[in-house]
Write a protein that binds this ligand. Structure first.
Ligand SMILES: Nc1ncnc2c1ncn2[C@@H]1O[C@H](COP(=O)(O)OP(=O)(O)OP(=O)(O)O)[C@@H](O)[C@H]1O
Ligand SMILES: [Mg+2]
Length: 460
């Protein structure tokens, strides 16, 4: 553009010069120069027009680009906020397992920020997640999602259950996978609670039918055993008379029974019989519980009565422990009367207190301590029974509500105490019974009883 303008200026200058020097002689030259000048001016204006057009087009293109970029950013933001507001963990990975996306739920569950995750290999930053590079490869190779259900993950000191799905990503520019992790701990808990209730219900029905059938022959066996023991007693006058009539020396007979361990066998039979009777009695409690009414009950009173009952029971059965045992009572006086069966509640608390005493005995504690407390935690009345006994590991605490689960020596526990307690609290009172325990430190049982029952059916 510049040379052309210059040329025009030069020509105009020349023209003026020529005009000035010799107007007449060079008239022809002037007119030809004028023509050239007009031509050049025409070309200049044409070029200026096309330059303006090009500038306009460029500006329009730039404008369109700006709008498209803004739209793209908006869409990206929108997609990100959708992914981030999902409760599922969403992790994008390349075929070589390098993280390309890490949503808010992933940050929350792992404590690992997006910046710390992006670009790293998944199993290096989150080894607890059981998604192997092979699983990602397989999903991509088969072009099909691969799924694992109810997988247990131990992370940040907590146990969760998750469903994991690896979705393959396939587009022209992109291969990789999206891993979706859903927390199903609550579902898992509900499933096992329902299973537990089913087990207890069928046990209750079974117990009701069986208990009477077993009780009668068992009573006959124990009665007969007692008779045999009495009739072999050399001290009783009736025995002496009968033996004398037959020419049998009662003392010799007694010595024989001792020498041949027959008395010991009889005592063994007797204690096994009593044990069987105790199991039947426990089983009967399942069926009996469902017929008692719920009525306004003072939880603090029941808790105190249970402690008093247990004090005397421990004094009799564990005198060594009784001498050192401290039972602390810490009751919330603002607790109102709640719909409950006092007898059943006492049965539960006695079970818990007995277990606590046994756990402290087993731990051989110098200062055995049980703390029983009540609190108003609307909409529940909460009762806690804490001990500094032997505690439980995770595998034990998962099974304690199962009927017949016991870690006690044969003949020491029926394994029914807590399953009956669970039944009474969850089925009869629509409450919760929970446990938290640390091996070697102690155990806390927490009972949550509704302050109000939803309907009359609750008391049936
Ligand atoms: N406070 C506790 N501390 C440690 N372990 C406990 C405690 N309470 C219960 N357990 C564990 O739970 C198991 C089941 O308890 P549960 O009361 O149902 O049966 P049990 O005590 O073994 O037998 P039973 O109650 O019939 O005498 C126990 O064997 C024990 O391993
Ligand atoms: Mg018990």
């Amino acid at each position: 553009m510049l040379p052309l303008t210059l040329t025009i200026i030069v020509i105009e200058a020349l023209l003026i010069a020529v005009l000035l020097r010799n107007r007449k002689r060079h008239k022809q030259t002037i007119s030809s120069l004028r023509e050239t000048l007009a031509l050049l001016e025409q070309r200049l204006s044409a070029r200026t027009d096309s330059w303006r057009q090009a500038t306009d087009t460029l500006e329009q293109a730039e404008q369109r680009h700006r709008v498209t970029t803004a739209l793209l950013n908006e869409t990206k933001e929108y997609l990100n906020s959708i992914i981030n507001s999902m409760p599922s963990i969403m992790i994008g990975v390349t075929p070589s397992s390098h993280v390309t996306h890490w949503n808010a739920a992933a940050e929350l569950a792992t404590g690992i920020r997006e910046k710390q995750a992006l670009g790293f290999r998944l199993h290096e930053i989150y080894p607890e997640l059981p998604v192997t590079p092979a699983m990602i490869d397989e999903a991509i190779a088969n072009s099909e999602p691969s799924t694992k259900e109810s997988v247990k993950i131990e992370h940040l000191n907590s146990t969760r259950y998750v469903d994991i799905t690896v979705y393959p990503l396939h587009s022209l520019e992109l291969t990789g996978a999206v891993i979706r992790v859903d927390d199903v701990t609550l579902r898992q808990k509900l499933d096992s609670m329902m299973l537990q209730n089913e087990k207890l219900k069928s046990l209750g029905e079974l117990a009701a039918g069986m208990a009477h059938e077993i009780n009668n022959p068992l009573a006959a066996i124990l009665q007969s055993l007692q008779n045999i023991q009495r009739r072999l007693n050399p001290e009783l006058p009736g025995n002496k008379t009968a033996a004398r009539a037959l020419g049998v020396d009662m003392q010799v007979l007694h010595d024989y029974l001792e020498a041949r361990d027959i008395n010991r066998f009889l005592r063994g039979m007797e204690s096994a019989g009593h044990r069987a009777a105790e199991i039947v009695r426990h089983m009967l409690e399942f069926s009996r519980s469902s017929s008692r009414q719920l009525e306004p009950t003072d939880v603090n009173y029941v808790a105190h009565a249970s402690v008093e009952f247990m004090r005397s029971a421990i004094e009799l059965s564990m005198p060594g422990l009784h001498a050192r045992l401290v039972i602390e009572e810490d009751f919330d006086r603002s607790l109102p009367a709640i719909p409950a069966s006092g007898a059943e509640l006492q049965q539960v608390l006695v079970n818990l207190l007995k277990n606590a005493a046994q756990a402290m005995q087993e731990a051989g504690r110098e200062k055995p301590l049980i703390r029983i407390s009540t609190r108003l935690v609307p909409p529940f009345a909460e009762i806690r029974v804490e001990d500094n006994g032997i505690g439980m590991n995770l595998s034990t605490s998962r099974q304690i509500f199962d009927p017949f689960f016991t870690t006690k020596a044969v003949g020491q526990g029926t394994g029914l105490g807590l399953s009956i307690s669970h039944f009474i609290i969850s089925q009869r009172h629509h409450g919760r019974i929970e446990v938290s325990s640390t091996p070697g430190v102690g155990t806390t049982f927490i009972l949550s009883l509704p302050l109000q029952q939803m309907s009359q059916s609750a008391s049936r």
